[in-house]
Design a protein around this ligand. Structure first.
Ligand code: C2E
Ligand code: MG
Ligand code: MG
Ligand code: MG
Length: 302
């Protein structure tokens, strides 16, 4: 800040005071958000919402992605507003630990009362792999709540693979060896090189919602042609590598039908449901087991 101010002063003019004021406002807004987030983590003001992942073929529920929200008094803050800050400040470590433990705990509850095949997907930031063993957090949660590791999926983005000394790769491979699933999130939006696909073994590719959104572009437009080509190539690539392919951000019946016909396996998006609080997810998508091994309720009838 000092350097910036010096530079601003050096360039002279009346802009200095404005610049200074704006800087200060931004810095203090950030600092206050940081301390509010720290308190929210300590007070348990975070909640997880769950978004169903269903099979295209029959609409059956397969899993749920856990998505964090910050319940700040009367209003709910979306992760896009605070995950970046949490990453920069290191708060992502305690936040992430809470997410991991809560999602696995919820999974244990659902497995014993509803569906024992249900999976939960948990998002992990690159920072959680840095000087911190997220591997232990995941394994500890699995042991504490007594779930099968194979029901826990970890979602990472391509950027995680670029962390120093390959620590993230090592941890992800260890977690896979312990039975966890690893999904590559936002596929296609990160680095352009596909070579990393050779260094990390995955279970699942998640096609980023920006590609899915463009499938609905004006017929014959470059955007629509481009995204149908890209998405069908991604589906083929994923399947050839032996991965399950998930389309995220599926909103319309047209997108749903096209993806289904093109061979995509799992569907996630508003078409089925928005992310829901646990109780609503349960009443909408799970049926309580009446003794026997009844399965998940079909999400929709086709
Ligand atoms: P993501 O992991 O790619 O999650 C998918 C996002 O797409 C979610 O946004 C979800 O609500 C949204 N979405 C789902 N279906 C649709 C749809 O049909 N249309 C549209 N337009 N959007 C849809 P959300 O919940 O706001 O989360 C945003 C991002 O924040 C996530 O993207 C993830 O990167 C991050 N995030 C969320 N929870 C966590 C967490 O617990 N830990 C970490 N490290 N990151 C998280
Ligand atoms: Mg995700
Ligand atoms: Mg995503
Ligand atoms: Mg994302």
């Amino acid at each position: 800040a000092d350097m910036a101010m010096y530079a601003a002063k050096a360039s002279g003019g009346n802009e200095v005071r404005f610049f200074e004021g704006e800087m200060q406002a931004r810095v203090s807004a950030r600092a206050s958000m940081e301390s509010r987030l720290r308190i929210a983590i300590e007070n348990g003001d975070l909640v997880l919402h769950y978004q169903p992942q269903c099979r295209f073929a029959d609409g059956k529920l397969v899993g749920a992605e856990a998505l964090v929200r910050w319940q700040d008094g009367a209003h709910m803050i979306r992760p896009d507003q605070f995950i970046g800050l949490a990453e920069e400040t290191g708060l992502i470590v305690p936040l992430g630990r809470w997410v991991i433990d809560s999602a696995v705990e919820q999974l244990a509850r659902w497995q014993s009362s509803c569906v024992d095949t249900l999976r939960v997907s948990i998002n992990l930031s690159p920072r959680q792999f840095l000087r911190h063993s997220v591997e232990m957090d995941v394994l500890a949660a699995i042991a504490r709540h007594g779930v099968l590791a194979s029901r826990v999926e970890l979602e990472v983005t391509e950027s995680v693979l670029f962390n120093p000394e390959g620590a993230a790769l090592r941890m992800l491979n260890n977690l896979r060896e312990a039975g966890c699933r690893v999904a590559l999130d936002d596929f296609g939006t990160g680095y352009s090189s596909l070579s990393y696909l050779q260094s990390l073994d995955l279970d699942c590719l998640k096609i980023d919602k920006s590609f899915v959104a463009n499938l609905a572009g004006p017929a014959g437009s470059h955007g629509a042609r481009g995204s149908t080509a890209i998405v069908s190539a991604m589906i083929v690539l994923g399947r050839r590598l032996g991965y399950e392919v998930v389309a995220e951000g599926v909103e319309t019946v047209e997108q749903f039908n096209w993806l289904k016909a093109t061979g995509c396996e799992l569907c996630q998006g508003y078409f089925f449901s928005r992310p829901l609080p646990a109780a609503e997810f349960e009443s909408g998508f799970l049926t309580l087991r009446a003794g026997s091994s009844s399965n998940a309720a079909p999400a929709r009838a086709f």
